[in-house]
Design a protein around this ligand. Sequence first.
Ligand code: APR
Length: 188
Amino acid sequence: MEAMIGNTKLLFIRGDITEQDTRAIVNAANSGLLGGGGVDGAIHRAGGPQILEECKQIRSTKGICPAGQAVITGAGRLKADYVIHTVGPIWSGGGGGEDELLRQAYANSLKLAVKNGVKTISFPSISTGAYRFPRDRAAAIAVKAVYEFVKESAAIDEVRFVLFNDDILKAFELAWEKLGCAGDSRDC
Ligand code: APR
């Protein structure tokens, strides 16, 4: 499915984020920034050791990356030029500010993209794997966060949500429709 927010194209794709040719892809990292499983493992495996080397540099100069924040590195052997590593919240029932931290993870990734002149970006479904965030709730937060950022900033040309299976793809497409911007959101 695809939609428009102003002049920004929004795409909902079933696929593997490591194969995307957007200028940046977003990693669902952990605060340690030194790799892991899921998206994190896939990006480090496909991108090669250069990404981890840059992450180590960031760790040594800035320390850990708190939930909701994001850092940027090169992309090694990937088609993308950059990897934006963001840390989603670990779901602990919803009373610990998880919704706001997830929103921040998307918004801060977009801010970092714009700061680096990146106009096309791919997101995975942050926090919905090992971090156990409820899928439909995460999807609603994700599409709203991207919509709110992009409608204020003309700096992004394309945002892809790259979703690993049909269930999560459907959850994101439904979240977009519920946002009331189905199809062309120019009249949103
Ligand atoms: N491309 C796109 N999506 C993927 C891919 C991939 N190659 N691999 C996994 N996913 C999906 C998962 O199915 C899930 O829906 O990404 C979503 C996020 O899952 P995780 O990667 O587990 O990320 P998260 O829930 O944010 O947990 C982060 O897991 O991998 C570790 O180091 C990471 O500690 C961190 C934690």
